[in-house]
Design a protein. Sequence first.
Length: 382
Amino acid sequence: MPQPRSRGKNVLFTIITMFIGLVTVELGLHAINWVAMKVSPNPERIPWRGLYQGKSWAPALARESDGRAQDYHQYLTWISKPQKGHFVNIDPDTGRKTWNPANLKPPVSTVFLFGGSACWGYGARDDYTIPSQLSCRLNSQEPHYRVYNYAEPGYTFTQGLFYLITKLRDGARPSLVIFYDGFNDVYGSYQSGEPGAQHNLAQIREKLTSKPRQLYWQAVKDWWEEHIFLYSKVLCRFFQPPQQRFREVGAGFTDQQLQALAVKTVQYYSRSLALLDHLSQAYGFKYVCFWQPALFTETRVLPQEKRLDARQEDENFARLYQFTNRYLAQHPPGHYYYNLTDAVSGRTQPCYVDLVHMTEKGYGIVADRMEQVLKQKFSLGE
């Protein structure tokens, strides 16, 4: 007759069985993900979720957009490295390639655009970014405008302003400067809990102040969160509350704190805009600032635009964005500020590929609105 196992052996057997079960489930999740990627209509993980379905250039655009490399910049923290591709081309002096007429007629006006990844054109080929489509519209009657795309993914309004300052310092003299911002300014505030913060400021501060052992364990934690599906796709998604699922400081804020942060974010933006106004007077250029649309401020979201971005589930981020937009409507920061949050509100087809980036058609609608403002304010393109 077999002897009963000791309590210690039973515990060890239970632990081993549970470990084998967890490993089996984890491997199963990876297998399901692998099969899903193989049978998916987007096998190359095109980030715009099939909105460019059937377009032969879409996979190459995805690779070139996501493969963009960055370099350290002493004033701006980062800047895109030069890149040559079929659809994404970046020059260190002229920014991302922008469509301009081959032959311009005098007098030639130079137009600079600054902003984050939406203005840079994530989700669009070189000739279909907002700057390129705006250039096409401004030059449709008489070709007098040379447009440059100096937007940088992740930049806030203030970072773009400092980028402009470096251009002015190096001798550039634009006729018109256009800023297209908003999302990164709000997200930077939400991420760090303080207005005016650039992206990943807390992480940069942590790397500068942490000891090597702390950095090692943080790297292990980051790897775990990225590669262990039981944690990232099961535990975090279904069991963790938002303030634990999202690492941003603002995820734990109350509505009162979010409203206060929204006010401070707008005030910081307004002070930077005042600096831009002084620069325009000193260097003799005109300027316009556009506040960009985002899914958070849309009155309706089309079915294909739902769940395109994990941040859509972050209710605190959505509230902060809405509080900020509401305060901006009540306290517009200047005569040359325009809110474009309703630019694509009448869309019948999906325009968003995530919370803020758009399809080429969506960017075209934004360029149309910009052209209307420029014609009304400065008689450009007439």
